[in-house]
Design a protein around this ligand. Structure first.
Ligand code: SF4
Ligand code: SF3
Length: 545
């Protein structure tokens, strides 16, 4: 075995990637990520003590967030960068150890302080399989992945000057808890619900950050064709990055196109106002090799999902990364410093020398149905439900992925009866957002709230409907949950929904490989989590319940 990783839906054989990641992650990168997380756990233990002493380190808060985010699926493939983060983390850990003073029974994650030449040997001993008991391992990783997803949202909020000490404290508490060798199954199950609760808080924090800066998302039509100017394609989830890119490209003759999860930038008043925000280009992340080859201009990754380009890819020299994203051979745009914006000029200069993007499709897609916009339409929605014009809502949020079995979601959307509405968020929507599914009394049948974190909006909408209909239980609403997952942000979304009391969520296209049979049973028995079957069987089942 070269490595072990089973954190995403595409893990090899549904069990674990052991030779090389299906995502393209090498064994070396996987190992060094394991070591980075090990160091982050040690830092979390120390900083939790410092927090109790009333003197937490803010540097540690952000180090932990970055370490978690860096190891999310498809975020960072750059070995050297991750190795340097380990070195930086060890230095920080020593500093915290001095501040904490002598405390007994510290775990290895705290006390280990190896040299660079020892990194790879140590990395082999600290990964997922270091926990021998299958169920404890499963629950530890469920929490670990939830906290990773949370870290992504916390980092985006931080970039917009929004932080919440309670969330930092919880994330480090959770990492300290999963470092414990004596932790019990019951403690870990309780921790999962708490992770979900803080997941809601993190998504709410980001929602506030986004809407305070960019206004409330509003119904918007987004062009999916192209213009005649050279363009920059921006991918990932970070809105501060696209804002600064739009500011720096204004008046340069270079257009900006969104890719994949950056599509919802078009829904925010303070971002859509830029005339050179030209449209959304291409499909979901996994189609990027074809889409990027046609785009002609440079591509900026602000976060996941990166697919490492083939050796002979025509766009290979045109990839840039920033933030926690990284790719060997790509140019990395440095972080903001002293309140100054990032410097995107190398990308802009490259774009000017490139041909305009090649048109690969035409038309528009409609989105912008986050909580504020949907609640503004509440009267219309409630009326449509009462009159029977809307029979049921289907939450189909989450991620897309490359598995062919994800055709299910396209077929499911097509087969849903005309009196149903799809509520979506995340890149899962690319399976059906270009189908013309029509509308019900002026309400489109696919309501896109935004990015995966905007699943929070869907929960707010559900809570609002519960209130309007005077129900005592959110599960009595005519809403079914058929969620597609791929990476760890979907894990925090799932735990968040569970913590809100939502039951009978169906998860596909396969259940997580990191759920042991016993842990899967706990989720089925207590929360009614289900898998997917065929489109026909599932539609029948959802409409009957
Ligand atoms: Fe495998 Fe997914 Fe881990 Fe990549 S992130 S190595 S595909 S389990
Ligand atoms: Fe997609 Fe990677 Fe998860 Fe933000 S871009 S949802 S998979």
């Amino acid at each position: 075995m070269n490595m072990f990783c089973y954190q995403c839906q595409e893990t090899s054989k549904g069990i674990g990637c052991t030779i090389k990641g299906v995502c393209g992650k090498t064994a070396e990168v996987s190992d060094i990520q394991d070591l980075l997380l090990f160091v982050a756990k040690g830092i979390s233990v120390y900083n939790s003590v410092l927090r109790k002493q009333g003197k937490p380190s803010q540097e540690a808060d952000m180090f932990v967030v970055d370490a978690l985010f860096t190891s999310i699926t498809n975020a960072n493939f750059d070995f050297e960068v991750i190795k340097n983060k380990v070195t930086k983390g060890l230095a920080l850990k020593s500093k915290l150890a001095e501040m904490v003073g002598d405390i007994p029974n510290l775990p290895d994650a705290c006390t280990w302080n190896g040299k660079e030449s020892e990194y790879m040997e140590k990395a082999k001993t600290v990964g997922v399989l270091a926990t021998k008991d299958e169920d404890i391992r499963s629950l530890k990783e469920l929490n670990h992945y939830g906290v990773k997803g949370m870290a992504a949202y916390v980092e985006h909020a931080y970039n917009l000057n929004k932080t919440d000490n309670a969330i930092f404290a919880f994330m480090q508490h959770a990492l300290a808890e999963i470092t414990r060798e004596d932790i019990s199954i019951d403690e870990l199950i309780a921790l999962s619900l708490e992770t979900g609760k803080y997941g809601v808080q993190a998504m709410a924090l980001l929602d506030t950050a986004n809407t305070e800066h960019y206004g409330n998302p509003e119904i918007s039509e987004v062009n999916i064709g192209v213009r005649n100017n050279p363009g920059i394609l921006i991918s990932g989830h970070d809105l501060k990055d696209i804002e600064e890119l739009l500011q720096q490209t204004e008046g340069t003759g270079v257009d900006v196109y969104t890719h994949c999860e950056m599509l919802p930038a078009h829904y925010y008043p303070h971002l859509k106002k830029y005339k050179h925000l030209a449209g959304n280009y291409g499909g979901a992340w996994w189609q990027q090799r074809d889409d990027f080859a046609a785009f002609n201009g440079p591509i900026l990754f602000t976060t996941n999902c990166i697919v490492p380009p083939a050796a002979n890819a025509v766009y290979k020299g045109k990839i840039f990364t920033t933030g926690s994203a990284g790719l060997e051979g790509a140019q990395h745009i440095a972080a903001r410093k002293d309140g100054k914006p990032k410097d995107f000029s190398p990308i802009i200069e490259m774009a000017k020398r490139c041909d305009p993007p090649r048109q690969i499709e035409s038309g528009t897609i409609v989105g912008g149905f986050a909580h504020n916009q949907v609640i503004a339409l509440a009267d219309k929605v409630v009326e449509a439900v009462k009159s029977g014009a809307i029979r049921k809502f289907f939450v189909m949020a989450g991620c897309d992925g490359r598995m062919s079995s994800r055709d299910y979601y396209t077929k499911f959307a097509e087969a849903l009866p005309n009196d149903t509405i799809i509520l979506t968020a995340g890149c899962a929507k690319y399976r059906y957002n270009k189908l013309n599914l029509g509308s019900i009394g002026g309400i489109p049948r696919v309501l896109d709230a935004g990015q995966c974190n905007d699943s929070y909006s869907l929960a707010v909408i559900a809570l609002k409907l519960k209130e309007v209909f005077g129900l005592d239980d959110i599960n009595k609403l005519p809403i079914a949950f058929n969620i597609a997952w791929y990476e760890q942000k979907a894990v925090i979304v799932l735990l968040a929904l569970l913590s809100l009391g939502i039951k009978n969520i169906h998860l596909g296209p396969t259940l997580p490989g990191f759920l042991s049979p016993n842990v899967a049973k706990v989720l089925v028995d207590n929360f009614g989590i289900g898998s997917i079957k065929t489109v026909d069987e599932d539609i029948k089942m959802f409409l009957a319940s």
